[in-house]
Design a protein around this ligand. Structure first.
Ligand SMILES: NC(=O)c1ccc[n+]([C@@H]2O[C@H](COP(=O)([O-])OP(=O)(O)OC[C@H]3O[C@@H](n4cnc5c(N)ncnc54)[C@H](OP(=O)(O)O)[C@@H]3O)[C@@H](O)[C@H]2O)c1
Length: 255
């Protein structure tokens, strides 16, 4: 049974792999046996993650990149292939939800919308597109897009983020059709996870409590609880799973 989750021999690129959910994903993919390329704009955090993986006996190399920069993105894929011989798994995790994109539609300008779509949606496309040849050559190519409950339902005052995550879910479904049976394309949809992205929410007692009250499992997730579903989707255990969106949301969307 455990062999089903074995990623030995696989090469995984994880965007936003320096902290939070991406860090947990990078570490758990490595624990499952994959060689991992954590990537993000800043170098310190991804170097630390790669170092941690190597210290535990795994293979990892950090490559900094902005997912909105096509040259950067090509560098990440080329470097992964040069170091480890290909790319089998792409985890599109880089994302953000900046303050200027929060608010009612009349309060958020189109530049803010564009910036969010650029990173959360176009960035995922850019990375997947750059890795396409390697994914199609792999005998177990897999793309996992880190969406959100905001990719499944609307959330007030977050329409740019929600639009980007609904777009990512659409991309997941459509690309899964184009690339079947060669490459599986899936998404995870986390609920609220304790990371830097949600630190302000967690520090605000009223907001934190309203989120917990709305979550059947009664708490925020730990980042490792999103990494498990990603390892599953990357592995042979999910060999017949494509075009799906796995909600890891503590029951949020079950209501
Ligand atoms: N936390 C939650 O509750 C939650 C819930 C649902 C979905 N998600 C999704 O999960 C993903 C990770 O979120 P998180 O909570 O772990 O956030 P986080 O702690 O803020 O980490 C975000 C990561 O993305 C990187 N990043 C941001 N912009 C980038 C860009 N333009 N190019 C490359 N890398 C970039 C960041 O590194 P640099 O700043 O160094 O580039 C960092 O490594 C996001 O897609 C988010 O939307 C999070």
């Amino acid at each position: 049974m455990s062999d089903l989750f074995d990623l030995d021999g696989r090469v995984a690129v994880v965007t936003g792999g320096g902290r939070g959910i991406g860090r947990a994903i990078a570490i758990e993919l490595a624990n499952a046996g994959a060689a991992v390329v954590p990537s993000a704009r800043s170098t310190d955090e991804i170097e630390a993650v790669a170092g941690e993986i190597r210290e535990s006996g795994g293979d990892a190399v950090a490559v900094s990149a902005d997912v909105t920069d096509s040259t950067d993105v090509s560098d990440v894929i080329d470097r992964a292939a040069a170091e480890f011989g290909g790319v089998d798994v792409v985890v599109n995790n880089a994302g953000f939800n900046p303050d200027d994109a929060l608010g009612r539609p009349e309060e958020v300008d189109t530049e803010s919308l564009d910036r969010v779509l650029d990173v959360n949606l176009n960035g995922a496309y850019e990375v997947t597109h750059a890795a396409a040849d390697y994914l199609l050559e792999s005998d177990g190519g897999s793309v996992i897009n880190v969406a959100s409950v905001g990719g499944l339902v609307g959330l007030p005052r977050q329409h740019p983020y929600v639009a980007s995550k609904h777009g990512l879910v659409g991309l997941t479904k459509s690309m899964s059709l184009d690339w079947a049976p060669d490459v599986r394309v899936n998404a995870v949809a986390p609920g609220y996870v304790s990371t830097e992205l949600t630190a302000d929410l967690e520090e605000n007692d009223r907001l934190r409590q309203s989120i917990v009250d709305r979550t059947p499992l009664d708490r925020f997730a730990d980042p490792s609880e999103i990494a498990g579903p990603v390892v599953f989707l990357a592995s042979e255990a999910a060999g017949y799973v494509t075009g799906s969106v796995l909600a890891a949301d503590g029951g949020w969307t079950a209501r």
